[in-house]
Design a protein around this ligand. Sequence first.
Ligand code: NAG
Ligand code: NAG
Ligand code: NAG
Ligand code: NAG
Ligand code: NAG
Ligand code: NAG
Ligand code: NAG
Ligand code: NAG
Length: 903
Amino acid sequence: MKISSSLRLFSFVCLLSHVQVWGSKFPPSSIKDASTPGNIVPNKFIVEVEDASSIPGKRDTGLVSREAHESLYDSLRKRDVGFKVDKEFNSKGLFVGAAVTLTDAKDRAKVLDISGVKAVRPVVFIPAPKPVSVKVVKDPSDPAVPPDSESTHVLTGVDKLHAQGITGSGVKIGIIDTGIDYTHPVLGGAIGPGHKIIGGFDFVGDDYDGSNTPVPDSDPLDQCNGHGTHVAGIIGADPDNAFNISGVAFGASLTSYRVFGCTGGVTDDVLIEALLRGVSEGQDILTMSLGGSSGWTETSSAVVSSRIADSGKVVTIAAGNDGAVGAFFSSSPGNAISAISVASLDNTVIPLQNATVVGVTHDHITYFSTFPFPVNATLPIFATSTDPTVVDDACDPLPDDTPDLSGFLVIIRRGTCTFVQKMTNVGAKGGKVALIYDNGTGFTAIDVGNFTATLIQQADGVFLVNEFAKGTNVSISFPQEGSSFQFPDAAGGLISSFSSIGPTNDMFFKPAIAAPGGNILSTLPVPLGSFGVESGTSMATPFIAGVSALLFGVKGNGASVGTTARTLFETTAQRVSSSHTDGDPLQSVAMQGAGLVNAFDAIHSDIVVSPGEFLLNDTANFKSSQTFSVKNTGTTAKSFKVSHVPAGTLQAFQPGTAFFQDAPVPFLSQTATVTFSETSFTVQSGQTQKLTAHFTPPAGVNSSLLPIYSGFIDISNANETFHVSYLGVAASLKDVPVVDTSDFFFGVNLPALGDSDGNFVLDPRNFTFVGDDFPTLVMRLDFGTPLLLVDLVDQDIQLKTSLNKRDREPLITFPSTAKSGTFAQVKTLGPLLEFDFVPRNSDVNDGTGFNPFAIENVFANGTTVPNGSYRILLRALKVTGDRTKEEDFESWLSPIVGVQAPA
Ligand SMILES: *[C@@H]1O[C@H](CO)[C@@H](O)[C@H](O)[C@H]1NC(C)=O
Ligand SMILES: *[C@@H]1O[C@H](CO)[C@@H](O)[C@H](O)[C@H]1NC(C)=O
Ligand SMILES: *[C@@H]1O[C@H](CO)[C@@H](O)[C@H](O)[C@H]1NC(C)=O
Ligand SMILES: *[C@@H]1O[C@H](CO)[C@@H](O)[C@H](O)[C@H]1NC(C)=O
Ligand SMILES: *[C@@H]1O[C@H](CO)[C@@H](O)[C@H](O)[C@H]1NC(C)=O
Ligand SMILES: *[C@@H]1O[C@H](CO)[C@@H](O)[C@H](O)[C@H]1NC(C)=O
Ligand SMILES: *[C@@H]1O[C@H](CO)[C@@H](O)[C@H](O)[C@H]1NC(C)=O
Ligand SMILES: *[C@@H]1O[C@H](CO)[C@@H](O)[C@H](O)[C@H]1NC(C)=O
């Protein structure tokens, strides 16, 4: 198997005409060989072993012992496995094992064979947390102070807790991120005992990018990236600052675990190291605003996060910013079963600036900037076009007769080319400052590189252009004080469109809860501007970490508080609608989780509802009957009514295809129906009422659309409301196609073999496996698979595969080869590749769109394949399928591949 050193571009010259005919989506030149799918790092594995204490005959001293590790390494050496130890983990009860690099990835099978080895999971690369938008403030000492930006605290009741003096003091939060600029005055100005930031560790160093070797040191200072400093401010910013912002739990003690360098990502062995250190240093809460799309609950860092949460700590993790690519695309480690995965809600206001219009009567013009433009002069306007409907304004170099623009404020219409291109053309004529008016796309932050320019609303732009065309003398000034404006965001108060959509492939309830994450003002490193507005589930996640600190602060730091935190947050959350239009359904639970956190009720309510989630699963594993309890910890009896409040049913698939819907995912009108053992009850002080709910999935839905239904069991009276959230899918997941067989992406039906000359190989073909002369298996996963196998088989194998029929209707006829026979009955010559828990592909050509596997003439155990003629058998286990049953796999057989390696 070739690895990254053999990366090679396909040109697919011969296919181009065919591609045009069929209108494929991805250019064949985008195929680069890889040895592993998605974000799996070649050759690196995390080996989990039994605790030394569980090895028979060993005395459990409770002390950390390295015997388990030594015994693992001995066994590896005895089996001739070449390996290098990258990290050791020794946290009894949580994780004992090692991150290793195998000289030959094919030795994984030998490692799994060693007794005492519990699991061998691939190391996963997690990309850098990418805020959806960033607006860096230019001048930290700017006198223009936005008014109180604590709208997020008002939305969630945090302001009322602060008013009661509840600030999280005495609670310890570990922030696993890019480090923190602790020199920031609002974050205490220093690090160490007695300060807000009580300590930290840098696991990686500035230059680490996820592909090179980490260089740890003891100082987690970050003045080059900034993400972790924004996160830290959301939790801990001290209130006495010029911006009138405060952290959710500004009394808490923070520790910074730095796992990202200045740029790039991280591998999850580093995350595990940080998580375990956080536990050993006594953090009550660990928060991670990071993750990569996965759909599975099984990556190492997810498994460790979940165990830490089970032990009574709160672990908050971002749900991800992949909402655009549809459902079943939740991120890992956020999928950790017992962790709290956090969705993002758009803030209801955005702190922006007003400009003043001179020379004509017009209201202030709001421009998309947190701080005033650094412009003192009152500038006359110059419009690059007098036509307020021009589609490609300033996309070409400006005409020769354009005046010197250095003394003007330039007005440009949005559209066609990038903002930077428009500004470059304006800059070529001396222009320095510009306002770009929206063309109807939306009033948002934009990327203008380092130009002084930003967006204004369409109506303001049209007004200015019309006045300019009339020859009116219009000028604009940018007041440096008193001009900040809490712009009401029309989309505010709804789940952010970027927030990743669950559930997990095995129907776990992700995300769990929502918090404000869109347009959040917080701290940035001092050299990067000190304050800024960012958006992302990265901003929502520390909010929940902060609320958890307030909870621990009130109820004590005990494990029983930690293990019930998620349920408290979920059962007291505020339900969020799917739109601001009356009559539209509530947002799907697969997007909002249980709703927007209500910190005040979660902490002060004397009614405790449990559980917070009903996991109804799919139709084949349907859990129709669910019980819940309502406990009255107060002093007076309370009466409640029980009712069903459905949320929107997501139509996850595009009709007639096996492809997921991109956002916005449409709703189906049908919802589940529910009956209750009681519809009203009274619970006395100190008593618990138990109830049962019986669910029926939505009737009359087309299961091939993969309808995700959800909603709430409402328990309320005139004063209080609680809910249990439910989630299910009205289809059998085992019937959902896994492997893409369409020609939509490459113009030929997938899976397919490609060669280095840019051809798909449809007929028998010999390869020498010298240099570029080897085949590449190109495949896409429409849905995740728990097990992906590539085996070599005899060229004459008699096997009825499920996918080779080219005229198969893609989705409507789910393949149901109800033949008997077990997995073991298929006669293979040996495995070539094997991967567990592979995520589904997206429809975006960004590395997540498909999987190209380079095929080598070597079996998975390292033995060379003898020269001869073979076929390649691809098998993907269907979700919820049984790995011992051949009929639970989709299968595809390649054309004959001859191995003709020179002697
Ligand atoms: C900012 O401009 C908006 C729109 O014209 C106006 O409603 C608001 O009152 C202005 N606020 C300030 C502080 O100038
Ligand atoms: C604007 O005026 C202030 C105070 O007079 C001065 O400090 C600043 O440099 C000026 N800014 C620009 C961009 O001219
Ligand atoms: C606005 O500009 C965007 C970006 O170029 C473009 O995609 C969109 O079609 C334009 N919309 C209108 C109404 O011109
Ligand atoms: C502005 O951006 C351009 C293009 O990215 C870059 O070449 C230039 O150095 C930047 N200038 C400053 C002052 O940062
Ligand atoms: C749904 O059922 C499948 C098959 O039994 C199981 O693997 C999975 O864990 C279940 N999901 C949940 C959330 O219980
Ligand atoms: C609701 O609150 C009011 C005022 O606190 C109280 O008088 C009333 O009894 C409460 N109603 C219920 C149903 O608990
Ligand atoms: C592959 O090589 C073998 C051995 O030289 C030969 O018999 C066979 O015909 C070749 N197959 C193709 C498709 O070229
Ligand atoms: C390696 O795997 C191949 C194919 O399964 C098998 O024939 C061979 O015996 C194995 N070699 C070793 C050393 O286990």
